[in-house]
Design a binder for this molecule. Structure first.
Ligand code: ADP
Ligand code: ASP
Ligand code: MG
Length: 440
């Protein structure tokens, strides 16, 4: 029997009324058998996500506060959801047990995971479905990576009946010692993908609050064009570069099994949404550019040295300095005698930065080493770009016309992506300029 895995994000779980709509969506398609849920998200702008409340709860607990007091805002959210559902569900026992376990574990990951746990409990009761705890079926290895094969097998064993209905909490699993461990933020998307792979779903539906992937962030451009179809590769580039509709790591489990993903809108279920497909099945939009995404707050370390290219081991020695300082590098655009290291600023304290620059001076004696801070990266992505002459010229002209200075260019070897670095303050203006050029 063909089955679909449906992951519902935080906005789809925000209150009892929305959970009722989710129930209707699930019941309107008999193939929707495996449900993965996030913790309740924001109900209105300025509201707090349950996961954020739980991180605050953990901090207060570590500061010596009483668990009842720390957990009270989370308890209040779930009590109001249950009240709104008005279906005789009782989760008092779960709430009390959760308080006890939070106090006993004193673990940030454990506390943060309880939003998904409690939400999945509520949804399983509403649907009359079987609850399967992610703690018992999603496993991490010692090095923090997912243990895929062990997880897929455990999920299949815990959910053996393809005609039954199962609900699993997203965002967490357990480490080799059995302790709860979470993915990075937004990680319920990854949990959904893991379940889809485990049960060989015909489709992984990811339900959120927008009608699919849009050509750029709707908070920057008003009503950007929806994208009907993107390839796994384009999605990876766009989501890694900041289009956070879907966690950038969620494609790995499904890509191997060629399982398509569909982004759908819980608030407009009739909208078609976006299909994410292997390149062999993907239907190009006919547009040169598929989408634009970006992130702020990078630091660029610019290194110049004559004849750098002929110096054997130059790059290796520079990267060794980063490894020693436990810093990962996002991009390394390079010229004949120059290279830049683009690093997320949040990973760099002033002390780390001076250790790194000193280390590079010692390791390779550069002619120049310069630090450029407050840089935003913007990726313009599309399979159409490699076959269309003059795309880079159009991109750079559009940016120049707005008098925005480009501090760095990285044209990835995938020919699918051109990344420009601009000042943080030019970020939104630059995205709007690129959007107008290719979609306006
Ligand atoms: P969920 O809680 O369902 O996981 P997220 O907040 O993680 O939802 O992702 C959906 C949000 O992603 C949208 O509300 C939108 O503001 C934001 N977003 C950023 N870039 C894009 C884009 N290119 N297309 C659509 N949404 C985008
Ligand atoms: N609730 C978690 C977060 O807010 C995971 C998720 O929503 O995907 O990051
Ligand atoms: Mg999300």
């Amino acid at each position: 029997m063909a089955v679909k895995v449906c992951k519902f994000g935080g906005t789809s779980m925000a209150d009892g009324n929305i959970i009722r709509s989710v129930k209707r969506i699930i019941e309107s398609d008999g193939e929707r058998r495996y449900i993965v849920v996030s913790a309740p998200g924001k109900r209105y702008s300025g509201d707090k996500k349950v996961t954020d409340l739980l991180y605050e709860c953990h901090k207060k607990l570590c500061g010596g506060a009483d668990v009842k007091e720390c957990f009270a805002p989370v308890r209040a959210r779930f009590e109001s959801i249950v009240r709104e559902l008005n279906s005789g569900i009782d989760i008092e026992g779960e709430l009390a047990a959760t308080e006890e376990r939070i106090a006993a574990a004193m673990s940030e990951d454990f506390t943060a995971s309880r939003g998904e746990y409690l939400c999945a409990k509520v949804v399983s009761l509403v649907l009359g479905a079987t609850f399967v705890d992610a703690e018992n079926v999603i496993f991490f290895r010692e090095n923090g990576e997912l243990d895929g094969e062990r997880s897929y097998k455990a999920i299949r064993e815990a959910c053996p009946d393809r005609s039954a209905l199962y609900v699993l909490p997203g965002f967490y699993g357990s480490d080799p010692s059995g302790k709860v461990k979470t993915f990075s933020r937004g990680g319920s998307d990854i949990s959904g993908a893991i379940v889809a792979r485990a049960v060989q779903a015909s489709l992984y539906e990811n339900w959120t609050d927008v009608s699919g992937f849009l050509a750029c962030d709707p908070r920057i451009v008003d009503s950007p064009r929806p994208i009907k179809s993107v390839s796994y590769k384009e999605l990876r580039e766009l989501s890694y570069m900041g289009a956070n509709v879907l966690h950038s790591e969620s494609i790995f489990p499904v890509r191997k099994a060629n399982i398509p993903i569909r982004i759908k809108n819980t608030f407009r279920p009739e909208d078609e949404g976006t299909s994410i497909l292997p390149i062999t099945r993907y239907k190009p939009s006919g547009n040169v550019v598929t989408g634009i995404a970006g992130k702020k707050n990078f630091t660029v370390i610019f290194i110049e040295k004559s004849l750098m290219n002929s110096e054997i081991g130059f790059i290796a020695r520079v990267l060794e300095v980063l490894r020693r300082n436990e810093i990962s590098v996002e991009h390394i655009p390079s010229g004949i005698d120059t290279m830049s290291l683009v690093i997320a600023s949040e990973a760099l304290t002033p002390e780390k930065l001076s250790l790194i620059t000193e280390g590079i001076r010692e390791a390779v004696s550069p002619d120049t080493i310069r630090i450029i801070e407050d840089i935003a990266l913007i990726a313009t992505v599309g399979h159409g770009m490699s076959s269309s002459v003059g795309t880079s010229a159009r991109l750079f002209n559009a940016i120049a016309a707005e008098k925005i200075n480009i501090t760095m260019i990285d044209q990835g070897s995938s020919e699918l992506n051109i990344i420009v670095g601009v000042k943080n303050e030019d970020y939104e203006k630059c995205i709007r300029a690129i959007y107008r050029e290719f979609f306006g």
